[in-house]
Design a protein around this ligand. Sequence first.
Ligand code: PLP
Length: 344
Amino acid sequence: MRELKDLLRPNIRALSPYSSARDEYSGKEAHVFLDANENPYNKPINRYPDPLQRELKKCLATIKGVQPEQIFLGNGSDEAIDLVYRCFTIPDTDNVVAIEPTYGMYKVCADINGVEYRRVELDEHFQMSAKKMLDSCDEHTKVIWICSPNNPTGNNIKKEEIEFLLDNFDGIVVVDEAYSDFSAKPCFRKTINRYSHLIVLNTMSKAWGCAAIRLGMAFANKEIISVFNKVKYPYNVNLLTQEKAMEMLKTPYEVEKWVKSLVLERDRVIEAFKLLPSCKEVYPTDANFFLARMTDADKIYNYLVENGIIVRNRSRVSLCGNCLRITIGTKPENSQLLGTLRSM
Ligand SMILES: *Cc1c(COP(=O)(O)O)cnc(C)c1O
């Protein structure tokens, strides 16, 4: 097994991080702060925010069932995705392996960081073969990307296949669980104590209804989290976001209510979709969206746009020919979509 230090990029292993005023003094007892060149007026946004978001992490730790030191918070999950590349991969040398199709940011960040991105196609049920993933790895493979429930297919990736990778791949395994709040299946976040090379991603952007505040999370053992903290921008999560997130975490039952009604609506819309002459197949989903194979995705997409309804045209994505990805909206929104499609 490669150890964490063998997986890190050498410059990151050697990095001494920037030390901000708020890092050097973070106690609460002081009442005169003349250390950070802040303006004393315009409270409360005159002060730099907590670089490690300690209060927010304390709340999140309880809700997510992890330790605060096992949480990284970033400007969306996209920041954590980029950090995985910057911390672990050597440009022009290393590679990563990912399921295909999946979330587009893994590939974009690979391209930005100059890292080879190897795609391994899912099977006809959009399931992953761990063996096929391992066959695509070599000694320069640092990271494996899995998204479960997967975007854009909607399904959970089989637990046993992910476990096989965790047991047999000696690099970093990322499991992006952006949609796990919509799924009844057990999630991998709960297993970070068992797997030292596992990173699990969550976000406030989907079930929590907070895409605008940009708050993403990574869960992993504290050694990995401290590497992320060393490499991230010092004040990567602003005060307004930290405060709004804390406020949201006080009413988790609201989120549960949203999730319940979205899951009910999802089942209703899927049943109605299956009866549409323009729909050939709807794929099983554990997320707040579903993938539907249509007779002519481009034509239907354009027709919906003309009627003021925007869905995601995924027909040019591998294995997704003629597929549209439909996000579940409110009941009236979903009914409008169905009514428009019925009168096509
Ligand atoms: C929407 C989504 C995210 C969320 O990204 P944020 O930057 O946190 O908004 C992450 N992963 C997947 C697979 C997604 O679909």
